[in-house]
Design a protein around this ligand. Structure first.
Ligand code: GLN
Length: 192
């Protein structure tokens, strides 16, 4: 299976380490040609405005949109913002996941927090969610399933077909269950 991690900015190295622990050698993606034949692409956390600007400069927006028709894509935190159709302000996004997102919905860096999460499709007990200046999904459109909500009702994980998005950072934990969930979606492409 060929899995890439968008390596423009943010914590892409942590995702690569998680994948390595699962026996996958991830490709660091910086150029459109590197997207060819990918079964899955992870968009890491970081600053969504910076990721959007660099992705525009490197002509990656349309090639990633095209990839979404055949491969699995997962955005974490800033990556969730970058996947959204509506982020309430003018910044470059992929517009792939039909959802309205509120950036920095839980406050500033100092208001970062952790919470035990129950996530649809992730068996084996609670998953420790790490939220760092995290976004929240305010509304989902047609075709988007909610996978996880916080105790206060905030939506923090969604799935639209082969696309998933999480407000939190599984790559900052040693728990690889969400990475495995993503790899399963990517594998369906290989087998279909
Ligand atoms: N606050 C950032 C944004 O909205 C995301 C932060 C993160 O990825 N940890 O782009």
């Amino acid at each position: 299976m060929k899995i890439g991690v968008l390596a423009l900015q943010g914590d892409f190295e942590e995702h690569c380490v998680c994948l390595k622990n699962l026996g996958i050698k991830a490709l660091e993606i910086r150029l459109p040609s590197q997207l060819e034949d990918l079964d899955g692409l992870i968009i890491p956390g970081g600053e969504s405005t910076t990721i959007g600007k660099l992705a525009t400069d490197y002509n990656l927006l349309d090639p990633i949109r095209a990839l979404a028709t055949s491969a699995a894509i997962w955005g974490t935190c800033g990556g969730l913002v970058f996947l959204a159709t509506d982020v309430g302000r003018n910044q470059p996004t992929l517009g792939l996941v039909n959802m309205v997102v509120e950036r920095n919905a839980f406050g500033r860096q100092i208001e970062s927090f952790e919470e035990d999460l129950t996530i649809t499709g992730i068996p084996g007990g609670p998953f420790r969610g790490i939220f760092i200046r995290a976004p929240r999904v305010k509304r989902v459109g047609i075709g988007v399933d909610i996978l996880c909500e916080l105790k206060d009702g905030s939506i923090v994980a969604v799935r639209q077909g082969r696309l998933i998005a999480t407000s939190f950072h599984p790559e900052l934990t040693k728990d690889t269950r969400v990475h495995e969930y993503f790899l399963n979606i990517a594998a369906q492409k290989v087998n279909s």
